[in-house]
Write a protein of this length. Structure first.
Length: 307
């Protein structure tokens, strides 16, 4: 029998053939994909050009000269080093704190549920706004944190205005804002774990350290990898907190990729170099995400095999 094409009626009253319905439903996703790919490939084209907004007449393709210049540019290697250090330090500290808080709030009680909701408040604050709030609190003249530091003997602690403590300051802000994100992910993972292994361990009198390292941690590893991936990709692209606190300074202390690209574009008007920096950042995030996803898939297959 020949298939019958039944028209589907939309909310607006138009009739759509079932044959075309999948294409119509996938149209929003296609538009989003185009909206992502067009700027991306535009940046790729710009990264292969010698292009300054202040000298539009000198615009021409240099076929990779922007990338080759990075090999001999100390500023680029400083940017790469600062970006990786910042991402590594923030992710490790936030993962440790988030896991610790999640373990404390693992039991489903009213108090724990209330505390977990209250701990999400920093996550609801815009990162730039949080950075400005911390900038006021660390002000040497009237900041509450500067006052508390003076009480423990740290007189004239310079916080973000000193090259020695600027990284510490922005890391503290990042931890305050994003630790709740990791906490809520790991808390959801802990509460979704099966109870049978833990009940059996309790009946056998197994030590808590053994239960944590041999039962809880292996079962929680997929959630840890997921949380780490999200935070790592976000941290290595950090802009709001660093620029609002220090504008990449003092000097070049905190010129991470996003800040360096921003300064190159809006201050030096060097579009080609700025685009090349962003393409390198994309390549780093692509490699890191692939490594984490492959490990996550491997752990899932192992879990299925053991099951």
């Amino acid at each position: 029998m020949a298939s019958v094409t039944t028209p589907q009626k939309t909310a607006s009253g138009f009739k759509i053939s079932r044959r075309w319905l999948p294409y119509v439903l996938s149209l929003p996703a296609l538009l989003v994909c185009i909206g992502i790919l067009v700027p991306f490939f535009t940046a790729v084209v710009y990264s292969f050009q010698r292009y300054r907004l202040s000298q539009p007449w000198a615009r021409q393709f240099n076929w990779g000269e922007n990338y080759l210049n990075f090999l001999y540019d100390p500023a680029f290697w400083n940017t790469l080093k600062i970006s990786l250090i910042y991402a590594g330090v923030t992710v490790v500290l936030e993962l440790a704190l988030g896991l610790g808080i999640a373990l404390l709030l693992q039991k489903r009680t009213r108090i724990n549920n209330f505390v977990s909701i209250m701990l999400l408040m920093p996550l609801m604050t815009a990162p730039a706004l949080a950075a400005l709030m911390w900038k006021l609190m660390t002000n040497p003249g009237f900041g509450i944190l500067s006052y508390l530091a003076s009480l423990v003997g740290l007189q004239n602690f310079r916080w973000a205005s000193s090259p020695d403590t600027a990284l510490l300051t922005v890391v503290l802000v990042d931890i305050w804002v994003y630790t709740p994100f990791i906490m809520i992910l790991l808390l959801a993972g802990l509460r979704s774990l099966p109870t049978q292994p833990f009940e059996a361990a309790a009946l056998d009198g197994v030590p808590r350290s053994f239960v944590f390292f041999r039962i809880t941690l292996p079962m929680l590893t997929p959630y840890i990898l997921t949380a780490t991936l999200f935070r790592l990709l976000d941290s290595i692209q950090q802009f709001d907190i660093i620029y609002a606190m220090t504008q990449g300074g003092p000097g070049n202390t905190l010129t991470v990729f996003q800040v360096e690209a921003y300064l190159n574009f809006f201050q030096s008007t060097n579009v080609g170099r700025s685009a090349a920096l962003m393409i390198i950042l994309w390549a780093i995030t692509y490699i890191l995400s692939n490594i984490f996803i492959k490990n996550w898939l491997r752990l899932r297959e192992r879990a299925r095999g053991e099951a």
